[in-house]
Design a protein around this ligand. Structure first.
Ligand SMILES: C[S@@+](CC[C@H](N)C(=O)[O-])C[C@H]1O[C@@H](n2cnc3c(N)ncnc32)[C@H](O)[C@@H]1O
Length: 309
């Protein structure tokens, strides 16, 4: 049975894909590959600004999967037939997203009053989380290079955040690779959710599968490194950066952080922390959630860096 499934997957894999990832994941690869073909399981994250006062009731929220207080307070399993409701101000009740993304964004630990930069923000699930945590006095710059994705980001922010919070958010459209030159040492928190090879997405779309090449990850890693250097430049001394991807490729994950630590290790260090969820796996320089070891969540990788004074 298992070999039949494997054969089915192999038929539609891009040339070289199987070997490339088998080298990295070894005996885990068949199971992981199978999990990538499963539909992703998302949850509905409740909008804290929805309604006059949103008091999450335990009946609508399943907190059983997480002991992490930063994220377990506001979600319920996604229900395919349920469209989110709007409150009297037109704000939507919930945003559907992968819990792995919630955990990665929460790792930035945005504090009330923080100045926050989300360098690659669209469509905006993580930006919503940052906008909630920064409080009434915080500031968020949500940047997105692609005009179409930026339009989507604006719509999402407007659909979920009250006007008082939106006044503290600026949506920009820069190429984030040069950010550090323009606003050096400026932000308390920087999220770099980098463009990446996003293998789960690639496998799900025939057009994307046709475009996959083994060298693609190397190219992306170069771009990610440039973006991460910009994140480091833009972050204040004593500030924090979360570098995240939804890639499986180690080159784009620990590989990028390794390069930064080797070349700019005098400017930043890894932030020592732990995650209570059993499905969060530690890697050499960060953490990851993969769908074969979780409830189908991820792939998501993140590393937390502290900029030295
Ligand atoms: C992984 S997605 C971000 C997902 C987003 N953080 C979220 O939670 O919804 C990466 C985004 O980076 C954008 N991007 C790619 N290159 C960029 C660049 N040089 N500067 C800014 N944004 C870029 C892409 O268009 C894409 O929307």
């Amino acid at each position: 049975m298992e070999s039949m499934h494997r054969h089915e997957f192999e038929d539609c894999l891009p040339d070289g894909f199987d070997d490339y990832y088998r080298d990295q994941f070894e005996e885990r690869w068949p199971q992981l590959l199978a999990s990538l073909f499963e539909p992703s399981t998302r949850v509905d994250r409740l909008n804290l600004f929805y309604g006059p006062v949103l008091t999450p009731s335990t009946s609508r929220i399943d907190v059983s999967w997480s002991r992490n207080p930063a994220i377990s307070h506001a979600f319920r399993p996604a229900c395919a037939l349920h469209d989110p409701r709007r409150d009297a101000h037109g704000l939507l009740e919930s945003y559907r997203m992968d819990p792995a993304s919630m955990i990665a964004a929460s790792a930035l630990e945005v504090q009330p009053g923080d100045r926050v930069l989300d360098m690659c923000a669209a469509p905006g699930g993580k930006a919503l989380l940052l906008a909630e945590s920064m409080g009434a006095e915080g500031r968020l710059v949500a940047n997105e290079l692609s005009p179409t994705r930026r339009a989507k980001l604006k719509t999402i922010l407007q659909n979920y955040l009250p006007s008082e919070r939106l006044k503290h958010i600026q949506v920009t459209g820069h190429d984030a690779t040069r950010w550090g030159l323009h606003e050096p040492d400026y932000y308390d928190r920087v999220l770099l959710d980098a463009p990446c090879s996003s293998e789960r997405h690639v496998l799900g779309k025939e057009k994307e599968r046709a475009r996959w090449k083994p060298g693609r990850s190397k190219q992306l890693a170069r771009r990610q490194y440039a973006l991460l250097c910009a994140a480091l430049g833009a972050c204040k001394p004593e500030g924090r950066i979360v570098y995240a991807t939804c890639a499986l490729s180690q080159l784009e994950n620990d590989g990028v952080v390794e390069r930064l630590l080797k070349r700019k290790g005098d400017q930043c260090v890894k932030w020592p922390t732990t995650f209570p969820e059993a499905f969060v796996e530690a890697t050499e320089h960060g953490w990851r959630i993969l769908p074969d070891h979780s409830d189908g969540w991820g792939p998501m990788y993140w590393s937390i860096l502290h900029k030295q004074a």
